[in-house]
Design a protein around this ligand. Structure first.
Ligand code: ATP
Ligand code: MG
Length: 617
């Protein structure tokens, strides 16, 4: 394909509004353009990559018997009223009206649609299991769309839904998807981890998230791609290397999720779900009487513990939440942080938010800084982290501004439900007792989830079983962030290309080193002098030869300076570059393999064999 006929609007400079490297490079290399906030056009290069990803997915899903279909994106609100999500989904839901003033939405996800379709078509257990998927644009009015394709308001998702008679059967399909996802992300060239994800109220084993790991900025070997003229990083003068390090660290690490994993075992979870090893350790000591003490100007846990001269682990932190309109008090030890996903899941709540100071005052009778669990109104449910149960003679707010209580003892002075609601910290012991917890940053690219009967119950999707009894269909759902993957891949495959000029000056510039399977083309064919007839002829011959062998070729036929052709080529990042240069009249071309940095001159007659050898490595 001729570059002059493609819309590839490369930029000389990095776009000033980009904070993560994938966003900057995607725009600069002419892959995408933002049309309005969080809404992107996939230009020809991005579109080709996305189409390749779709092919990979279709191949892997064919293997597990998943069947492709396409539902509408424009949905009647009634569908979502049935499941209850029209009211609970929140402000991310795009709501609109048709000319008859009926309510519609733009689908942010399709559980309701698929459940209805299957409900209406399937009556007997004999018609199950069914395993359907689609690849489609989804709409979410994200509050803060950001970082290129990582968080957009319109994005491409692969969403799959499976329908079963039994949980055992769901387990089999869930496992099939897990393996298919692993195969897809591997083929896409992603470094990823499958981790325990937020499965809503259903707990850990029923949900897995697939996280593309965001590389640390400090690993120079990973980020730098050295030209052959530079033998190793050690040859780069220190002041240049410092500039390079500054350039690297000027880009934000993109992963929004924190992955918690064990240094020794296979344990890995989203921070939202992670726990640490816990052994109850209630001390047997005599319980002191409650004593109210004045704690003027003490707001934080540290201020209270310093003022009373006690360890911060002896202070109970009291937080007030509203969960589906009900007041909830959450208790933690000292400076531990609450993990609100764990809390929300434990409560099985649709909505959970921290109460405003005013609301907290109405419920507790005191302002922030003096809240505590003792003598609360009957209707307030107390959820305490399990570590709180181990405290004795602790300190907590007295629910009276400027006062705390000493000698607070769980069970005697308040009744709570003890569960794991704290956020784990790096270095704590893994919950399986093997190794310590380590943190990494990641981008969620996929999510598989056992839904159970959440939608079949609310939408009446039942079948008749072997005994003629009506039973709800059991469901699973499986998502891949297709457009987000384009960003994640570039995030992992961006490189700083370092070269040394003939005069000995060092240069470095950003580009992409696209993995083979997702690159928009296989070969970038560049003619140094498009006006030279020999070069023209040779370019056409090489292009025809390559295409005859099934290579996808982007031919830079533009009348541009050679320097800008090469810098565009670095930016676009195709795996192979073939240059028709000075030796065109002798029939010789230069071949460069991006991944290995190998570069050689060959007679055009031998190009195909040479490529086969070089890329077989
Ligand atoms: P996140 O926590 O990132 O908001 P989510 O839990 O809302 O993701 P799902 O509803 O599970 O996401 O959607 C399936 C997949 O779609 C996600 O794994 C992710 O890869 C992708 N995705 C979700 N929201 C967006 C978005 N705003 N822009 C791009 N991709 C998205
Ligand atoms: Mg989301």
């Amino acid at each position: 394909m001729k570059q002059s006929k493609m819309l590839i609007p490369t930029l000389r400079e990095m776009p000033s509004d980009a904070q993560v490297i994938s966003h900057a490079l995607m725009v600069r290399a002419g892959y995408v353009r933002q049309v309005s906030a969080g809404i992107y056009a996939y230009l020809p290069l991005a579109n080709r990559t996305i189409e390749k990803l779709k092919v990979i997915m279709r191949q892997e899903f064919d293997k597990i018997g998943a069947v492709e279909m396409l539902a509408p994106a424009l949905l009647t609100a009634d569908l979502w009223r049935e499941s209850g999500r029209y009211e609970t989904y929140g402000e991310d839901l795009y709501k609109l009206k048709n000319r008859e003033k009926s309510d519609f939405i733009l689908g942010p996800t399709h559980e309701e649609t698929l459940t209805t379709l299957v409900r209406d078509a399937v009556k007997s257990y004999k018609q199950l299991p069914l395993n359907l998927y689609q690849i489609q644009s989804k709409y979410r009015d994200e509050k803060r769309p950001r970082n290129g394709l990582l968080r957009t308001r319109e994005f491409i998702m692969k969403d799959g839904y499976s329908f079963h008679q039994s949980y055992e059967d769901l387990d089999l399909t869930y496992e099939d998807y897990r393996q298919a996802y692993e195969a897809i992300f591997k083929r896409a060239g992603l470094e990823f981890k499958g981790i325990i994800g937020d499965g809503g109220a259903m707990g850990g084993k029923d949900s897995q998230e697939f996280m593309a790991i965001t590389p640390e900025r400090t690993d120079l070997n990973r980020w730098l791609s050295l030209d052959k003229s530079i033998p190793s990083i050690d040859d780069i003068p220190e002041h240049i290397l410092n500039d390079i390090k500054n350039e690297l660290s000027s880009w934000m690490i993109s992963g929004e999720d924190t992955i918690v994993y064990s240094s020794e075992s296979g344990y890995a979870a989203n921070l939202e779900m992670a726990s640490n090893a816990y052994k109850p350790s209630r001390k047997v000591i005599s319980h002191e009487d409650l004593l109210e003490v004045e704690t003027p100007d003490c707001q934080s846990i540290d201020e209270v513990s310093q003022f009373l001269n006690i360890d911060s682990h002896q202070v109970i932190k009291t937080l007030v939440f509203i969960a589906d309109d009900q007041p909830i008090v959450a208790l933690l030890v000292g400076n531990d942080h609450v993990n609100d996903v764990k809390l929300k899941n434990y409560l099985g709540a649709d909505f959970l938010e921290v109460a405003s100071e005013e609301t907290a005052f109405q419920i507790m009778g005191a302002h922030f800084g003096s809240l505590g669990p003792v003598n609360l109104p009957e209707n307030v449910r107390i959820i305490a982290d399990r570590n709180v149960e181990d405290l004795a003679n602790a300190v907590a707010g007295a629910n009276k501004d400027g006062y705390h209580l000493k000698g607070v003892n769980p069970d005697r002075d308040f009744k709570a439900e003890y569960v794991d609601i704290r956020e784990v910290k790096e270095g704590e012991m893994s919950p399986d007792g093997q190794g310590v917890l380590q943190f990494a940053r990641g981008i969620e690219v996929g999510h598989i989830f056992k839904l159970g009967t959440r939608y079949s119950d609310s939408m009446g999707a039942n079948i008749l079983d072997e005994n003629g009894r009506s039973v709800p269909i059991i469901m699973g759902c499986y998502g891949v962030g297709v457009s987000r993957i384009l960003s994640a891949v570039i995030e992992q495959h961006a490189r700083l290309f370092v070269t040394k000029t003939a005069k000995g000056d060092y240069r470095y510039s950003w580009g992409i080193n696209f993995p083979k399977e997702l690159a928009p083309f296989d070969v970038h064919l560049i003619t140094v002098n498009s006006k030279d007839e020999n070069a023209q002829d040779l370019t056409e011959k090489v292009e025809a030869d390559l295409m005859a062998k099934g290579y996808e070729v982007l031919t830079d036929d533009r009348n541009e300076r050679v320097g800008s052709k090469f810098s565009d080529s670095d930016l676009i990042g195709l795996p192979i570059r073939v240059t028709v240069g000075k030796k065109a009249s002798e029939g010789i071309v230069e071949v460069k393999i991006k991944a290995s940095g190998d570069s050689i001159e060959v007679n055009a007659e031998n190009l195909i064999e040479t490529l086969e050898i070089l890329t077989a490595k």
